[in-house]
Design a protein around this ligand. Sequence first.
Ligand SMILES: Cc1ncc(C[n+]2csc(CCOP(=O)(O)OP(=O)(O)O)c2C)c(N)n1
Length: 346
Amino acid sequence: MADARPAVEPEAANPADREDWRGLLVEMIRARHWSTRLFNLQRQGRIGTTAPIDGEEAAVVGSAAAMDPATDWAVPQYREPVGLGRFGDAVLLHTLLYHSGHPDAGGYPADVRVFPTQISIAAQIPHAVGLAWGMRLREEPGVVLCYFGDGATSEGDFYEAANLAGVVRAPVILLCVNNGWAISTPVREQTAAGSVAAKAVAVGIAGERVDGNDVLAVRAATAAARRRAAAGEGPTLIEAVTYRMGPHTTADDPTRYVPAEELESWRARDPIAGFRRHLEEAGAWDADRQRAAEEEADRRFDAALAAAEATPLRTDCFIDSAYAWPTPELERQRRTIQDAATGEGR
Ligand SMILES: Cc1ncc(C[n+]2csc(CCOP(=O)(O)OP(=O)(O)O)c2C)c(N)n1
């Protein structure tokens, strides 16, 4: 793979291109910033386990940038939501609720076209294909962008969903963020296929491998896949080759399995640092812009955190969500929970 620098020279670009590239850099900075803040909240004991995005921002932001949040859907696993800010700040709010164990985490507003965080590996891929197929049958516009990791491509859910997507020509983009590792399993032990993209051949869909640290390359590949899907030409499997520069989750210690030299070689290709350096050299980015981007990220995070912490806990919601109708015994349990919450009955 080439280094993380974009193929187009900023010097030669018109002002609109520069603005566009700045927008992508701002989104990548935001994603890493939000990921770091989630990490810190976990360390403070204010939320549970989270999965940092560090290193994968170009793959996630670049692909999302090819989509239209008004018509298209994003279906993430658990690492990508902080990179989906362009789909609305409700994504961050619900990510915070999810990592707080709040029952409302999955209840996205109807106009936010993002599926809730999915912890079960690859389980979101059949959902994404079903959604895309349904949209096609109902003649709704829009394309579904489904994210998953390299480890997910060893799951039955991946093969079954990719196969069906090919048969029904579902307008779906299957985007594998190949970050090199599935917890401690390196990708070379994950598959003998040579590449994830090669697996597209088996199900008769388009497959493409792209430098996942080049935000412009990822966006271009996703935009092409989106055009094909929207034109009824079927799904695409995109493998964005990138690297997870931090731990798998806040509960992981990668120094026990990641070779230090491997990490260092990928750190030198940090997708944000590379793109930023390129824009700086062209006079399109500076320290003031950097500060403004970080402050904006902080403001939005603070607002989402305040909203998450102010969301009332519904201790009895399992009764409504798990049963079609409550029995007298369940109603008794609900009263017990409510009395405990209000301090009555003590
Ligand atoms: C069905 C299922 N099996 C096992 C796990 C435990 N698990 C959590 S993350 C993970 C590795 C996932 O790796 P990958 O798909 O490459 O995604 P990444 O976390 O690297 O982004 C595993 C095995 C799980 N969450 N779900």
